[in-house]
Design a protein around this ligand. Structure first.
Ligand code: TYC
Length: 142
């Protein structure tokens, strides 16, 4: 059939006929003209690597409560120093938290993303061990 006799609707691009004429044009067969950044995933990109999809949605990190536990032997002043140095509490706030733990058995030092909470628990436990106090610090998911 001469080219002039073809109607537009019967012409197909090398990538195959459009599945739906209202859909976005099939850009596959134009891949050789596109910058790699503009090519749909999996279409003729020259670079080799792991297929990635850019994810724009951000997730808020899970938060963890860091808790101090009471015991009968750790000196009150040591707990106050830990609260000031590890959790950056004022002297008044450190005293309040220490007394709360002393009276209630457990108290919150702060709420942090996982790795921050983990680091703070580690710092408290290291300081307690070095000073031979039985002070315990734990974290729990909020
Ligand atoms: N109960 C301890 C005492 O009487 C003080 C203390 C407070 C210990 C808080 C631990 O997390 C703690 N010396």
């Amino acid at each position: 059939m001469p080219l002039s006799a073809r109607t537009r609707s019967t012409m197909t691009a090398p990538g195959g006929p459009a599945r739906n004429s209202l859909a976005q044009p099939d850009r596959t067969w134009l891949a050789h003209m596109m910058a790699d950044d503009d090519k749909p995933n999996g279409v003729g990109k020259d670079d080799v690597g792991v297929a990635t999809k850019v994810r724009t949605k951000t997730k808020r990190p899970s938060l963890y409560r860091v808790l101090l536990l009471n015991d009968d032997y750790t000196p009150m002043e040591f707990v106050v120093v830990v609260l000031r140095e590890v959790f950056f509490k004022s002297r008044d706030e450190a005293m309040r938290i220490m007394l709360h733990v002393h009276n209630q058995g457990v108290g919150e030092c702060g709420v942090y993303p996982f790795e921050v909470a983990e680091t703070k628990v580690g710092r408290v436990m290291d300081a307690a061990r070095k000073n031979q106090h039985p002070l315990q610090c734990v974290m729990e998911k909020k």
